[in-house]
Design a binder for this molecule. Structure first.
Ligand code: PLP
Length: 419
C-alpha cells in the first residue's frame, strides 16, 4: 500500500500533485511519501508485536536524512555498512545505541568511529575482522559489542546479485566456523559477545528461506548455550521483498508468523534490518519526456532521468511500473522502451512496455523507486544528481537539493605542474 494515487486524472503524492512538484523543483526528482513510510514502519513493527523487536532500518536502501530521521522518531535504529552511513545516521538523529554495523570490509578507522559513537553492536563477518576489532577496541580501552554474521547457506531464490546467504557468497561465517569463533571470542579481552546475525538476501518473495535461516541460527544458539556461551541478541537481517510488478511477497504479518515461534522460544532480543520493504514503494522518480522516437525496430521514449539516477533496471534487470502523471482517457497503449540521455545502450528504465502515448513535455512517474534508487545514483555523464522531496499531507519539502554543475567539480584540482 502506498499513497500515490490519481485524483481527477492527476497523479498525487498524498495531497500534493506531482505536476506542482515538477514545476517548483524540476525533474528528475525523487518523491517520497511520509504517510507511506510511517505506515510501512508501523506495520512492520506491529507484525512482531509481543517480541518487542528493534527495527534497524538498512540505511543503504535510502540514506536521506529526513527518511532516516523519520524512522528514528518512530523508535527505529539503523543498520549501517560504512563509516559514511554511521555519520549520516548520527546526523539524522539515530540513537547510537540502536545502530548495528554490518559488512565484510570495515576499516580500522570505521571501527574506531563506531566504537566512539557507542553503537549497539558490530556484525562481524570474518576471523581476521574479529582479531582486528579486538585490537582496535583495546587501543581505545573499550569492549566492542559483537555478533557474528552467520552464512546459513540457504537459497533465497532471488536475483543472483542480491543473494547473500549461500555458501559461495562473500558474506558471513559458516555455522561451524562461527561456533569455534564464539569459543575463541569468549577469551578475547576487548570483545563482548552480544549475539548472532544473518542476512540472506534481498527482494525475497517466499518466507521459507527466512524460516530456514532462523532455524539454523536457533540451532547454533542452542549449541552455544550448551557450551556455556549465552547470547542476548538475535538479528535476522532484512530482505523482505515488495511488489514491483506481479510479485506476491509475504506481508509483514506473514513474515513475522513464519519466525515468531522460533524467535519466541529463544528469548533473545530480536533485531531486524528491513530496507526495501520500508521505503521501496514509498518513493517514485518523477521525470519528464524529452523526446519520442520511432526507429525501424522500436519506439523509444527518451526522458530526463537515466541510469545514473536509477540504476536498478540496468544493473538487476528490475521492473519498475511507469505511470503518466496526467491520465488521458481513451488513449491506446503503445509498446515502447523508456530510456535516458546517457551514452550507454544499458541506459534504460523500462523495456518493451505497453505504455500510454507519452509525448514530449509530459511527466512520468517511475514507481517503486524509494529503495536503492537515489542511494545508488551517480554522476555518470556529468549529470548532477536528482533532487529529493518529502511529501506530508498537503505539504512538501525539498530534503535534498538538486546538485549543481559546481557540485560536479567540487574537490577537483589541477596538479601544480598544470596550473
Ligand atoms: C542490504 C542489507 C539489508 C537490507 O536488505 P533489504 O532487502 O533492503 O531489506 C539488511 N541487512 C544487511 C546486512 C544488508 O546488507
Amino acid at each position: 500500500m502506498h499513497h500515490f494515487a490519481y485524483q481527477d486524472g492527476q497523479l498525487k503524492a498524498e495531497g500534493v500533485s506531482l505536476d506542482q512538484i515538477a514545476s517548483q523543483v524540476g525533474t528528475p526528482t525523487y518523491v517520497y511519501s511520509q504517510a507511506t513510510l510511517t505506515r510501512h514502519f508501523q506495520a512492520f513493527g506491529q507484525a512482531f508485536a509481543g517480541l518487542d523487536p528493534l527495527i534497524c532500518f538498512a540505511v543503504k536502501a535510502n540514506t536521506n536524512r529526513a527518511v532516516m530521521g523519520l524512522f528514528a522518531s518512530l523508535g527505529g535504529g539503523a543498520d549501517i555498512v560504512s563509516g559514511g552511513e554511521l555519520y549520516r545516521a548520527l546526523q539524522a538523529g539515530v540513537d547510537p545505541g540502536r545502530i548495528v554495523y554490518s559488512g565484510v570490509g570495515k576499516s580500522e578507522a570505521e571501527m574506531e568511529a563506531a566504537l566512539a559513537a557507542g553503537i549497539l553492536m558490530f556484525n562481524l563477518e570474518s576471523v581476521q575482522e574479529l582479531l582486528v576489532l579486538d585490537q582496535v577496541a583495546g587501543r581505545l580501552g573499550v569492549k566492542a559489542p559483537v555478533s557474528l554474521r552467520v552464512n546459513p547457506d540457504v537459497d533465497a531464490q532471488t536475483h543472483p546479485k542480491i543473494t547473500t546467504g549461500l555458501a559461495k557468497n562473500k558474506f558471513g561465517l559458516d555455522v561451524d566456523l562461527a561456533f569455534e569463533q564464539y569459543r575463541l571470542m569468549a577469551g578475547m579481552p576487548h570483545l563482548q559477545i552480544m549475539g548472532v546475525s544473518c542476512h540472506i538476501g534481498s527482494q525475497l518473495t517466499d518466507v521459507r528461506p527466512f524460516a530456514d535461516a532462523c532455524e539454523r541460527l536457533a540451532a547454533l544458539v542452542a549449541r552455544l548455550k550448551a557450551a556455556g556461551i549465552n547470547l542476548r541478541v538475535l538479528d535476522l537481517g532484512g530482505g523482505l521483498g515488495i511488489t514491483y510488478n506481479d510479485e506476491v511477497p509475504p506481508n509483514p504479518a506473514q513474515y513475522a508468523a513464519a519466525l515468531k515461534q522460533t524467535v519466541g522460544r529463544l528469548g533473545l532480543r530480536l533485531v531486524l534490518e528491513p530496507g526495501r520493504v520500508l521505503v521501496g514503494n514509498a518513493g517514485l522518480l518523477l521525470c519528464r519526456v524529452l523526446y519520442t522516437k520511432q526507429t525501424p525496430a522500436k519506439r523509444f521514449i527518451i526522458v530526463d532521468a537515466a541510469m545514473n539516477d536509477l540504476v536498478r533496471p540496468s544493473f538487476y534487470d528490475s521492473y519498475h511500473a511507469i505511470w503518466p502523471v496526467s491520465q488521458r482517457p481513451g488513449e491506446e497503449a503503445m509498446v515502447a522502451d523508456v530510456v535516458g540521455p546517457i551514452c550507454e545502450t544499458g541506459d534504460f528504465l523500462a523495456r518493451q512496455r505497453d505504455l500510454p502515448a507519452f509525448e514530449r513535455g509530459q511527466l512520468m512517474a517511475i514507481m517503486s523507486a524509494g529503495a536503492y534508487g537515489f542511494a545508488m545514483s551517480s554522476n555518470y555523464n556529468s549529470r548532477p544528481r536528482a533532487a529529493e522531496v518529502l511529501v506530508n499531507g498537503d505539504r512538501f519539502g525539498v530534503v535534498r537539493a538538486r546538485e549543481t554543475y559546481e557540485d560536479l567539480c567540487r574537490g577537483e584540482s589541477l596538479p601544480e605542474w598544470m596550473r
